[in-house]
Design a binder for this molecule. Structure first.
Ligand code: SAM
Length: 355
């Protein structure tokens, strides 16, 4: 067999869990639909516009928090589930019990992480906007005992004390770094790492603008001897040029999100960039991760991968039927345990620089 079958297929379809779905529906029912739909529309425009570092908060106040829960939370939940599943696949024996969600919004990462690791029972959420804290508390009341007992604190990440006695197995910075200035990003990444006992997950939208934020945070953590659990197969700086590393997660849209988007489609592919960095190495090495959808034409199939040795595009020729089908079926986001062998061939290569 020339190429190892991918071992980790990210979950193909994510839906909101029933309890989160019901909690958001209940919260939305307390306000007129016109209000939260208008708020969702405003948020959508703000999130699409270029962001100035000193701009006012993207969302504040009760109605905007509801607009966020209806429109954006389902997508960030799906992205978090995708990133956490890929992370967990590389550390199958890790069972975190405590978690800190920084810039938690309505606690999206708390829901995603407890779904991934039911062992989590001690949860903390730090957030600047009181309306998000209030909504997060309200939503969590419909969740598991761990979610219900989350410790919520109003904290501005710009004013975090440098050190803290308490550390958490899992710390998440979910869609928050790109709302901060580059200087503050570095400070917050450092503060998050100091509070991490096990694993720090950084996740941002899968855009060319947000990817450099994740890359810079990963570089910062590598310089402190952090280990990359996912997505990379190595602990060197990312060698990708003229491209950005991101992954899709299919979300089955809840009705309120379809309404908020004004889009009838039952699903969307929500894209994210991430780095899962730990104080311990992954359980087993991998050779590569597929970083683009495989493509094919009449002559060959190709898949772009990030390998231990660099960025490599592998090709399987149509006349090598098995190789062609294997390359064509490589799933964006999945891993390869070993380097593909002939007749699958590497056709382009950007070497990984030593860290
Ligand atoms: C895009 S939302 C992400 C919320 C949530 N983590 C998620 O993934 O759905 C960004 C969150 O970061 C919070 N935030 C931004 N700057 C902050 C700061 N300086 N201190 C604390 N929270 C902040 C915002 O209030 C907002 O809730």
């Amino acid at each position: 067999m020339p190429v190892d079958v991918p071992r980790e297929i990210p979950p193909r379809h994510i839906s909101l869990p029933d309890d989160l779905h019901a909690s958001i529906e209940r919260a939305l029912a307390g306000t007129s639909a016109k209000q939260w739909l208008d708020a969702a529309q405003t948020l959508s425009e703000r999130y699409r516009a270029p962001r100035q570092a000193d701009a006012p908060p993207l969302a504040s106040g009760q109605v905007q928090a509801l607009g966020y829960a209806a429109l954006i939370m389902p997508a960030t939940y799906a992205q978090l589930r995708g990133a956490l599943a890929a992370t967990a696949a590389r550390i199958p024996h890790w069972q975190p019990t405590s978690m800190l969600d920084l810039g938690s919004g309505p606690g999206t990462a708390l829901w995603a992480a407890t779904a991934q690791w039911p062992t989590l029972r001690s949860l903390a959420a730090w957030e600047r906007e009181p309306a998000f804290i209030a909504l997060g508390r309200e939503l969590a009341q419909g969740g598991t005992p761990a979610l219900r007992s989350t410790h919520w604190e109003r904290i501005d990440l710009a004013q975090l004390p440098r050190t803290s006695a308490q550390r958490y197995d899992l710390v998440v910075l979910g869609h928050v770094l790109n709302e901060l200035s580059p200087e503050l990003q570095r400070t917050v990444v450092q503060a998050a790492w100091e509070r991490t006992d096990g694993l720090l997950l950084i996740i941002e939208p899968g855009t060319s603008a947000a990817f450099p934020v994740v890359r810079a945070a990963r570089d910062q953590l590598l310089a402190q001897a952090a280990h990359t659990i996912a997505p990379c197969a190595h602990d060197h700086p990312c060698p990708l040029t003229n491209d950005w590393c991101h992954f899709p997660q299919r979300l089955i849209r809840p009705a309120f999100q379809r309404q908020a988007r004004g889009a009838p489609s039952q699903w969307e592919d929500s894209k994210f960039a991430y780095a899962a960095m730990a104080r311990f190495p992954p359980a087993e090495p991998i050779w590569a991760r597929i970083i683009r959808e495989a493509t094919s034409n009449k002559a060959y199939a190709e898949a772009k991968t990030s390998t231990r040795a660099g960025i490599t595009t592998y090709r399987g020729l149509k006349r090598h039927k098995g190789a062609f089908h294997q390359v064509r079926k490589l799933v964006w986001g999945a891993t390869l345990a070993e380097e593909p062998a002939e007749p699958i061939t590497p056709i382009e290569h950007e070497r990984t620089a030593e860290a």
